[in-house]
Design a protein around this ligand. Structure first.
Ligand code: PEP
Length: 246
């Protein structure tokens, strides 16, 4: 049985006390043996949630970071600051950051480097929009995102190189990607990343994952886990999803 990566992105769904409550509930839900669960709460919930997750052997990550360690960047939080509060992981290039907040491939690269500078584990998100898919540009878009993220980057050994394939049209829409297509793309990503870095990445799928479809993804040979948004921000839906893995 492969090691499973189960990432829970709570986005901006919960306030600090709701997050604390859900973190306690997560602690009571036993995930498959050997799996790695990482919760990405909102920034204001990190300090409350971190000790609860740690006690239950679950990891915590940042949803977004700024690439500088400190400085005059109103409203921003650095990877170093998240690390100080116990974060071991951070997302880079989530599609909501790329598309709603206009983060460029270059910004994503700077974030990736800043996360690695802190010896934290970055999870890079890549994926095409519906228009790009319809125009037959899936491979081109992913190649651009991956090249910008990893070309000439000395990715340290001992840190998981994680890439989540998250088609933009599948995120938060209830319209998940066909599992065979997700597998095809995750395999493509694996080949590209291997060429760019010499390392084999951990390939995740994200986009409307639920209890109904999770098995179809994690049963694919190249998909090692899932990045879950909506269904991770609720005790019942997360435990239903985990139940499908036992
Ligand atoms: C995400 O936030 O990365 C995500 C995949 O969201 P959802 O599961 O809600 O589609």
């Amino acid at each position: 049985m492969k090691k499973l990566y189960l990432f829970a992105n709570w986005k901006m769904y919960l306030d600090a006390s709701e997050s604390e409550k859900l973190a306690r509930a997560f602690g009571k839900i036993s995930s498959p043996r050997g799996s790695e669960v990482v919760v990405f709460p909102s920034a204001i919930a990190v300090s409350a949630v971190a000790p609860i997750l740690k006690k239950n052997k679950l990891s915590i990550g940042a949803q977004n970071i700024h690439w500088a360690d400190h400085g005059g960047f109103t409203g921003e939080i650095s990877a170093a600051m998240y690390k100080d509060f116990g974060c071991t992981h951070a997302l880079a290039g989530h599609s909501e950051r790329r598309h709603l907040f206009h983060e460029s491939d270059h910004d994503v690269r700077l974030k990736l480097e800043a996360i690695l500078d802190q010896k934290m584990t970055p999870a890079l998100c890549v994926g095409e929009t519906l228009e790009e898919r319809k125009a037959g540009k899936v491979e081109e878009v992913l190649e651009r995102q991956l090249h910008s993220a990893y070309a000439n980057l000395l990715f340290p050994k001992g840190i998981d190189l994680i890439v989540a394939y998250e088609p933009v049209w599948a995120i938060g829409t209830g319209e998940s990607c066909d599992p065979k297509e997700a597998e095809r793309v995750v395999e493509l990503i694996g080949n590209s990343v291997k060429k760019l870095t010499g390392q084999t990445p951990v390939g995740l799928y994200g986009g409307s994952v639920s209890a109904e479809n999770i098995r179809h993804y994690v049963d694919q040979p190249n998909i090692q886990g899932v990045l879950v948004g909506g269904a991770s921000a609720d005790k019942e839906s997360w435990s239903a999803l985990i139940e499908k893995l036992s």
